[in-house]
Design a protein around this ligand. Structure first.
Ligand code: CU
Length: 136
């Protein structure tokens, strides 16, 4: 008679849990979205897309985002040019509805390398997710 391998069923259950957690962390593209980009952090993962899809230079645009992770209490959206060490001249207004949100009134006022920063805070902690784009 074969002896059960050490930790057989228990190990399988533990692995299933790990896989389930991994799937949650994977954070699928939000329903109804085409395109968009994913930023993975330690606590949160974000899907974001700009409107218009091609970020213009010197004109307002907005960003829609969806977060996966623990409940988010506050999200700030910022722009930053790491090579020039300056941000935007406008402070976007963020509307957060559960784990989805919109930031209105962003403007990248010059060509070059820009970072889009999502500062997320919640009971679980705080984290900044960074996406990068180059405008010509
Ligand atoms: Cu600059």
């Amino acid at each position: 008679m074969a002896r059960p391998r050490p930790g057989g069923p228990a190990l399988a259950a533990a692995l299933a849990l790990v896989l389930a957690a991994g799937e949650a962390a994977a954070c699928d593209r939000p329903e109804g979205w085409t395109g968009g980009a994913r930023i993975a952090g330690d606590l949160w993962t974000a899907w974001w897309r700009s409107e218009p899809a091609a970020i213009p230079v010197g004109a307002h645009f907005s960003v829609r985002f969806h977060l996966c992770g623990p409940p988010a209490g506050r999200v700030r959206v910022r722009g930053w040019m790491p090579d020039h060490r300056h941000g935007m001249n406008y402070r976007p207004e963020v509307t957060l509805n559960g784990m989805s949100g919109t930031a209105e009134g962003l403007m990248f006022h010059m060509p070059g390398r820009w970072q889009l920063l999502l500062d997320i805070r919640g009971a679980a902690g705080g984290e900044t997710l960074t996406a990068e784009t180059v405008l010509e």
